[in-house]
Ligand binder design. Structure first.
Ligand code: SF4
Ligand code: SF4
Ligand code: SF4
Length: 282
């Protein structure tokens, strides 16, 4: 039986919960290390290593380097490991100040100047974006080597209809208004960015009436470009499908609700690295 381990860096453990909700791997893989559920002191050698969370502290760097030596195959799971996610909230000045004031206490690991994706430090074989990735996506990574079709957008998995005659003139706030169950959320004035977001999640958010915030990152058409290309692509859709003024669209798309994912994915660290090849992204 093949084996795998899960290393958690700075994140929220939601990815681990997503993995545990997927049972399809149980007959094929043996989980050897995952501090959230298995109490073993040190990481053993495994066939596959899944890493969640971003690199935010010197302890993360140490644990990351140590763990990748125990495997031949590394998978970055979840948005935090790939592009920052909640770990990158600490990049904001006020949050960073709060953390730095705590770092004088000896038991707190030393913070790095900012949050980094794990491929800033180690080589990654496969990327599984999502916050968290769905159980089906975990299954795809563990049992099918990531061979799931991800060459389209969330819209293709959402059953809502873009009715031509409906053209909202203003943005509807995230928690406002009554959501029609059939109509595309953009056509109801919501800031849904499923039009340019990578498919594979099954569109749980828009299907439940909540706009897609792009946690799966840019679609294949955009993933090898910078965040600006993703932003412009989304903006063009709103211009074409609504009568919302351009400046209101611009302001809305730069809102805090969307900023965690939209502006960090494809060029997250702004380090000038080559983009991640789409063939490696599930
Ligand atoms: S990607 Fe999302 S679910 Fe996973 S650790 Fe980060 S915040 Fe949590
Ligand atoms: S824009 Fe959003 S609500 Fe509309 S079809 Fe795409 S994913 Fe569904
Ligand atoms: S619908 Fe959008 S926000 Fe929701 S899980 Fe899919 S990519 Fe993430």
């Amino acid at each position: 039986m093949k084996t795998f381990a899960v290393l958690q860096l700075s994140g929220c453990a939601g990815c681990e919960v997503g993995l545990l909700n997927s049972q399809a791997w149980i007959d094929e893989y043996r989980l050897l290390y995952m501090p959230l559920v298995i109490s073993v002191h040190d990481m053993p050698d495994t066939d596959r290593l899944l890493i969640s969370g971003g690199v935010r502290t010197d302890e993360d760097v140490y644990n990351l380097h140590r763990a990748v030596r125990k495997t031949g195959y590394v998978v970055a799971i979840g948005t935090c490991a790939i592009s920052g996610g909640i770990a990158s909230l600490g990049n904001r000045d006020n949050v960073r100040e709060l953390f730095f004031s705590q770092s004088a206490r000896h038991h707190v690991p030393r913070l790095l100047p900012r949050s980094y994706p794990i491929d800033e430090y180690v080589s990654v074989d496969l990327y599984l974006p999502g916050c968290p990735p769905t159980p089906e996506l975990f299954h795809s990574v563990l049992s099918e080597n990531g061979k799931i079709r991800t060459n389209t957008t969330v819209c293709a998995e959402c059953r809502r209809k873009k009715i031509r005659e409906i053209r909202p003139a203003q943005i509807t706030g995230f928690q406002e208004g009554k959501v029609s169950p059939e109509v595309c959320l953009i056509k109801q004035g919501f800031l849904c960015i499923g039009t340019s977001t990578r498919n594979g999640c099954g569109a749980p958010c828009p299907r439940a009436g909540h706009p897609c915030v792009g946690c799966r990152g840019p679609s294949n058409a955009l993933i090898e470009k910078g965040s600006d290309a993703w932003f412009e692509s989304i903006k063009k859709v709103f211009v074409a499908l609504t009568d919302i003024p351009d400046d209101a669209i611009e302001e809305g798309l730069r809102s805090p609700q969307l900023s965690l994912f939209l502006f960090q994915f494809s060029d997250y660290a702004h380090t000038g690295r080559l983009p991640r090849p789409k063939e490696k992204v599930v």
